[in-house]
Design a protein around this ligand. Structure first.
Ligand code: MN
Ligand code: MN
Length: 483
């Protein structure tokens, strides 16, 4: 059973739409390299399309009705959006879900030190990374520093052409004989992923004596040596103070994320692909969001949930396992006049969800890790994974055949190019998503999304055609699903 290549069926107007959507996509990636930045971008786009903050509606004591659009942000890192339908919510919603966190290096709470003439920030990696991929490439620092008085300083250094960048050093090949004998997992160890942020010692102007004698006595000379011991670090602290009014202690309440510096790029002579950081899972977040924002009025209430912390197990207050989603549904039903505990349960149980995340794109260079009949191919459209998991489907959601049949019908009727896939060959590896968490409510959930090459690498690749088909598929689902 061969699936179509999307590029082969596009007419000129569709090719134009593909390009337009992917320009917006690259813009989304460039403005959202952290979950916080994503939320800011999403809120801006949503408000431009008439979305209001749920808490604002609550505060003003208003009610909601069909056609109303609201969103709720949790701790600046997760968002749930609703477009109220004409049917009762207890009949169920159609839910688009994806995650907006990506693998990266996080700055530790006590990170700053000096060694060998360099100032460093110590890091702890976040999510699954091949550590050797993070050395010797330009890095940017994004994030927030929250001061004791509650003020938040936002940092974004390394993205503008005139910005400095940062880097993790690697051992020169000439001395790497022993290093190269190590296993890839050990070539670069986690504690070696500290980023170099400076090398210029601060210069304290010597006191000029009026009579023109030596500026320092013996004791002062000793003091001067003490100061010089960490003069590079002192220089960095001086810059942080002047630029951000930040003290060393303020790192204690900072969230600084180290990501590859630079913008999303078109890839290939034919410009058919996007090469960018963080496409897992912002490719599904963007396409789900864009679909949500472009929807006409619907019968069922449509929900789009874009969450944090998927890469570390969906834990924490902003992860999918948090109650914030369920709470938002209850608040919404209260505002539409439908709230009861039973109605909330009915709404969730009768919902349909596309849990969207990236799929492992077939890579001919590593063909032995894939089973070709059941692999996702770049350019062959939106991907459905009936199941994910590993070693005998362990940890997988495994969608119901009835649901898959319903989705096939919807996708075929709308001419969506799609394919089905597993995450690699049986027993080679595996992975999970947020699908199983929503499935706890008893709703129909399936994993879907976009195929990615070099997933979790600093630069990941996707096909523009797949971005377009996912977007179209999400609209078809939101408007057509009801099971
Ligand atoms: Mn993912
Ligand atoms: Mn991932």
């Amino acid at each position: 059973m061969e699936r179509k290549n999307a590029w082969e069926i596009y007419q000129e107007d569709q090719l134009n739409e593909v390009e337009k959507l992917n320009r917006e996509y690259r813009d989304f990636l460039d403005h959202g390299k952290t979950e916080r930045e994503c939320i800011d971008t999403i809120v801006e786009l949503a408000e431009a399309e008439g979305y209001r903050e749920l808490e604002d509606v609550l505060r003003k004591g208003e009610k909601l009705q069909k056609g109303d659009k609201v969103y709720s942000v949790w701790m600046n890192k997760s968002i749930v959006m609703f477009q109220v339908g004409s049917k009762p919510m207890a009949d169920g919603m159609n839910i688009l879900g994806a995650h907006i966190d990506s693998p990266r290096l996080d700055v530790k709470q006590n990170p700053l030190y000096e060694d060998g003439g360099f100032a460093y920030l110590d890091t702890h990696y976040y999510g699954g990374v091949k550590k050797y991929q993070w050395v010797a490439l330009p890095l940017a620092i994004h994030g927030v520093v929250v001061k004791k008085d509650g003020t938040t300083i936002e940092l974004n250094v390394g993205e503008d052409e005139d910005d400095p960048v940062f880097f993790v050093s690697d051992l020169l090949i000439h001395l790497a004989g022993e290093q190269l004998e190590k296993k890839a997992a050990k070539v670069i160890e986690g504690e070696a992923l500290d980023i170099i942020i400076g090398s210029k010692p601060i210069v304290i102007a010597p006191k000029k004596e009026a009579d023109g004698e030596q500026p320092c006595g013996e004791d002062e000379g000793e003091n001067h040596k003490d100061r010089a011991k960490e003069a590079v670090k002192a220089g960095i602290l001086d810059i942080l103070k002047k630029s951000y009014d930040m003290e060393e202690e303020d790192f204690l309440s900072a969230e600084l994320e180290i990501v590859p510096a630079g913008k999303a790029r078109e890839a290939g002579f034919d410009r058919s692909m996007i090469l960018a950081y963080g496409q897992d899972d912002r490719v599904c977040a963007f396409t789900s969001l864009r679909a949500m924002l472009d929807l006409k009025d619907t019968e069922r209430t449509i929900c789009c949930i874009l969450v944090d912390k998927e890469e570390i197990g969906s834990v924490g207050a902003t992860g999918m396992r948090s109650q914030f989603f369920e709470n938002a549904v209850a608040e919404l039903m209260n505002l539409t006049g439908e709230y009861s505990e039973l109605n909330v349960r009915r709404c969730l149980a009768r919902s349909c969800m596309l849990s969207s995340d990236v799929s492992a794109g077939y890579d001919p260079s590593y063909a032995s890790c894939f089973e070709k009949k059941n692999a996702a191919f770049i350019g062959k459209g939106m991907v459905f994974n009936k199941f994910t998991g590993s070693r005998g489907k362990s940890g997988s959601n495994d969608a119901n055949a009835e649901y898959m049949a319903h989705l096939r019908k919807i996708m075929d009727e709308k001419g969506i190019v799609y394919q089905t896939a597993e995450l690699g060959k049986v027993d080679v590896g595996g992975g999970g998503t947020i699908a199983y968490i929503l499935a706890l409510y008893g709703m129909n959930v399936i994993d879907s999304g976009v195929a990615v090459l070099n997933m979790h690498a600093p630069w990941e690749a996707t096909s523009k055609a797949d971005v377009y088909e996912a977007y179209r598929g999400y609209i078809a689902f939101a408007e057509g699903a009801s099971l």
